[in-house]
Design a protein around this ligand. Structure first.
Ligand SMILES: [Cu+2]
Length: 141
């Protein structure tokens, strides 16, 4: 996750549990990165990212994390750490595509900044499934 133009890039990042994320600063301005677990409200880390500086962090638990910069209150991002290899970020119109899911039963979770647009349901993937539809989005396998 990069910092430039006084913003985080990207503003929404999905990571696998156990994956290392590098936080860096690519502009001539001091920033920091403060990451808070939204479930426990505990700070995961809070580090300065000096000009051309970087910090590596491994997300060890599945959760949703708020990311902020204490120097610039307008900077904000979200990190979703998940166990699944099938998590994707949808387009603004709700369209998405995932890698081909093996046949089986799954719990599909839709996460949105707006809690009223979050949902979860069980679905069955068989060898004829080519499309998934949710409230607010649909996608191809
Ligand atoms: Cu900043």
């Amino acid at each position: 996750m990069d910092q430039y133009n006084t913003d985080f890039h990207p503003r929404l990042l999905i990571v696998r549990v156990g994956q290392t994320v590098q936080f860096k600063n690519s502009e001539d301005t001091l920033h920091n990165v403060h990451v808070i677990d939204t479930v426990t409200r505990e700070t995961a880390f809070n580090v300065a990212t000096p000009v051309t500086g970087a910090y590596d962090y491994v997300f060890e638990t599945a959760s949703v994390f708020d990311v902020s910069c204490g120097v610039h209150p307008s900077m904000a991002a979200i990190i979703v750490a998940t166990e699944t290899p099938y998590a994707v970020v949808a387009e603004r119109d709700g369209a998405f595509s995932t890698p081909r899911l093996p046949i089986g039963d799954y719990t599909a979770t839709v996460w949105n900044l707006d809690p009223s647009r979050r949902s979860s349901r069980v679905l069955t993937i068989d060898d004829t499934t080519t499309e998934l539809n949710f409230d607010g989005g649909s996608g191809e396998l």
